[in-house]
Ligand binder design. Sequence first.
Ligand code: ADP
Ligand code: MG
Length: 319
Amino acid sequence: MSEFDLIKRYFTRPTPRAALGVGDDAALLRIAEGMEVAVSTDMLVSGTHFFPDADPYLLGHKTLAVNLSDLAAMGAQPCWATLAMSLPEADERWLQRFSEGFFALADEYGVELIGGDTTRGPLNLCVTIMGLVPKRKALRRSGAQAGDDIWVSGKLGDAALGLAHLQGKIKLPEHARVSCLAAQQQPQPRIALGLALRGIANSVIDISDGLLADLGHILESSSVAAEVRYDRLPVSSLFASNGDAMLELAQRCVLSGGDDYELCFTAPDTQRGEIEALSSTLRLPLTRIGKIVSGHGCKLRTADGNVMTVKEAGYDHFA
Ligand code: ADP
Ligand code: MG
């Protein structure tokens, strides 16, 4: 199969919202007056971000999901994506399943694939995603104010537990395995939450490298500090009852594990009612985990008020 057949067969779909999609030297987009384009790129490298034999359908999902998560964190409506891939070979079964996983999620969020690049090489998948947001309404990392509540969506640590299981470091009990592997392999981008937080949140980030690292980015961009209650963090019930070794692992997964793709956001305490209502409309747990204060850094406290010390920060490819 030629490169061009491959693109045509697996990656060319109608793109009614683009002026021109796949097939020319560039795609063409028209942006409505009053809108800004949010653009973000995320790359998944075999052996670093996924196992070389990862299920191609789930990989197609995740390749797009991690990018959608960045748009969620900006409060942008997803619209278009490009896909640059390097492939060791043109394995048709793999391509079929990968594109099915990719387009299933793309269709769910109305994302049109408008271009990309396809070359031979080590397996490497890179998406650039584009979304629209009304002028000056995007949610940034830099808006947190002293006095804001700090919130997180969903649950933290499941994906990191799933990864530890896949790496053979732990053996998850059957009931937890399904949900932790789903969290690791098929993260659900919080697009509806991101859109709803426009006008409510002062700052937002998506948690891809662990809560401490990503909340740390908000603190730094906003020049503020945080007080977080460790006992309030939304975690698997799995963590509650399993002794000291589990507690240490739990702490690592929840605070510094990767791949959560939940949103961490800050909002004035006058918005608590709105946020709780939002949680029930979206059927998504939203948990208040602490407060923004003035100063520098993030202090973690246990239920009895003691300050916790944490060894590891988040995942860093070059640390
Ligand atoms: P050029 O040689 O001009 O860079 P290519 O041959 O790389 O063009 O690509 C031909 C067309 O196919 C372009 O419109 C490009 O955006 C699109 N394309 C290439 N690879 C992909 C892919 N994996 N997914 C979607 N579109 C792709
Ligand atoms: Mg090209």
